[in-house]
Design a protein around this ligand. Structure first.
Ligand code: C2O
Ligand code: CU
Length: 516
């Protein structure tokens, strides 16, 4: 018997190859030939890439060494895995039209990959093992080479097991040569929930949530173990620390329609630092500054605000929106917002409160060297002010999808979470999401579960109702929500919940391009 993780990965591999079987319950006419999937190696993948590069640029080369490290989180030493010497601190910065050459050097005791979240990337560089590439084995390296078509705020993380709930993630900023925000300075704010090395690990916590999900790839297994078909991993029972993190009462979030999550993370970080060691961002009073806010957490939504200031939202998931004011923003896992603000003289609290959970991440915005720092934990009243909602997001002209009737109109149901910690995407369409290059696709999701989910599609930026473009969208309990996109990036792509633990528990599907 293979363990559930390998079963699911096996299914995902086969997903691209078993369309004939899937077609029986799908849209194919009886007796019609099975549609032929477009593989990551298909010439159509390279063809889609061709128009994305600006001519005459030097490639931007970066090296990302994934390795075990010891981090000091305000005096608490944790053993974890990271790129470089901090959690989420290795920023990649390039320009629209650049070719990125990012080499992953895998010094972990486990296979790994890097996924480039939100990028309209060539499929064979999407970093999803085994859908788009073989995993990078311990001691090996792999160079991701791809053009950066759209400017904006993106991020990267492994796409294996719960590795991204360790220190393996970082910001990817693509500058816009035609930037119109007028910002004088910018700061990248990466938010993360942290438990690794604090008496437990993400894998133990998954076991505590549901013992049947444990023992999958991504933990510190030998390469042999991961490669032996049918190898049965015997999971260690969860530690009492892991059990304690999942046994508390579930909090409640009004904007998310119920509980925020299941895991009571001991720490929340801004740029790898907990509140006891909050970072300070220094800017000139009266200057226009831009914050690029990224929720890189595995299981925690955040409510973000800056004391004494309103935020002007200019971009959602990298794409421009008509500037709109709010006091606070809720970011689901995987979501990003760019905001502008003009600091008043002083030292102001920046807080990302875990939404529907206890705890917060914090930083300081300082525009006067003499002002005393806000006390740790001082909660900006703006957090309880006017929240940005999706209805406020109006796409800027260039980001608007042309009106078009969808060629395929899918329905997918989000299920699970009522008695056991198992989550999924159900309905006949969920197993047979297909696109022919050039088509307009609509996927309507129905959330039949008792909690919210940040749903993410790889390789595309879809329109949400109202037209704003995003790659990750929060869907509330009981809600129906439709996304639309043009199928302009061939290859097999994942469509999944960006709650890392829901993903591990099965909330994932594949979008497969097929030949016309
Ligand atoms: Cu952040 Cu499947 O991705
Ligand atoms: Cu979910």
């Amino acid at each position: 018997m293979m363990n559930p993780r390998l079963d699911r990965r096996g299914f995902l591999v086969l997903g691209g190859l078993s369309l004939a079987a899937a077609a029986c319950g799908g849209d194919a006419k009886p007796g019609a030939p099975a549609p032929v999937p477009v593989a990551p190696t298909d010439p159509a993948v390279a063809a889609a890439e061709a128009g994305r590069l600006a001519p005459g640029r030097k490639p931007v080369a970066v090296r990302l060494k994934a390795a075990p490290v010891t981090l000091d989180l305000a005096g608490r030493e944790v053993q974890t895995w990271a790129y470089g010497d901090g959690a989420g601190t290795t920023e990649i910065r390039a320009k629209k039209g650049d070719l990125l050459e990012a080499t992953l050097v895998n010094d972990l005791p486990a296979e790994s990959t890097i996924h480039w979240h939100g990028i309209t990337i060539r499929n064979d560089m999407d970093g999803v093992s085994p859908v788009t590439q073989a995993p990078v084995m311990p001691g090996d390296s792999f160079t991701y080479r791809f053009a950066l078509e759209h400017p904006g705020t993106y991020w990267y993380h492994p796409h294996i097991g719960l590795q991204a709930d360790r220190g393996l993630y970082g910001p990817l900023i693509i500058e816009d040569p035609d930037d119109a925000t007028g910002a004088e300075t910018e700061f990248v704010i990466v938010l993360d929930d942290w438990l690794d090395g604090l008496g437990t690990t993400p894998d133990e916590v998954l076991t505590a949530l549901n013992p049947a999900l444990s023992g999958h790839a991504g933990h510190a297994m030998t390469p042999d173990a991961t490669m032996t078909p049918g190898h049965v991993m015997t999971p260690a029972p969860p530690s009492s620390a892991a059990t304690a993190l999942v046994s508390g009462a579930h909090g409640n979030s009004t904007p998310l329609g119920g509980m925020g999550g299941h895991i009571a993370y001991p720490l929340h970080l801004v740029n790898g630092r907990p509140p006891a060691d909050r970072p300070t961002f220094t800017a000139r009073a009266g200057a226009k500054i831009r914050l690029r806010i990224i929720n890189a957490a595995a299981e925690t939504p955040y409510r973000f605000a800056v004391g004494g200031h309103k935020l002007t939202v200019t971009h959602a998931d990298g794409f421009p929106v008509e500037p709109v004011e709010a006091d606070a923003l809720v970011l689901g896992m995987g979501e990003r917002y760019d905001v502008l603000l003009t600091p008043k003289s002083g030292a102001w609290p920046i807080m990302a409160a875990a939404e529907g959970k206890a705890g917060y991440a914090a930083a300081i915005l300082r525009s006067s060297s003499s002002a005393s720092a806000p006390s740790v934990g001082s909660r900006p009243t703006e957090l309880d002010g006017r929240l940005l909602s999706y209805a406020d997001l109006v796409p800027e002209g260039s980001a608007r999808l042309a009106d078009r009737a969808p060629a395929r109109d899918y329905r997918v149901e989000l299920i699970g979470g009522t008695d056991r910690y198992v989550w999924g995407l159900a309905g006949a369409d969920a197993a047979a999401l297909r696109a022919v290059e050039g088509e307009r696709i609509r996927i309507t999701m129905r959330n039949s579960t008792p909690m919210w989910h940040p749903m993410h599609l790889h390789g595309h930026t879809f329109a949400i109702p109202g037209g704003a473009r995003k790659d990750t969208v929060n869907i509330l309990p009981g809600q129906d929500l439709a996304i639309e996109f043009d199928a302009d990036n061939p290859g097999p792509w994942m469509f999944h919940c960006h709650n890392a633990y829901h993903f591990e528990a099965g909330m994932t599907a594949n979008l497969t391009y097929v030949r016309a």
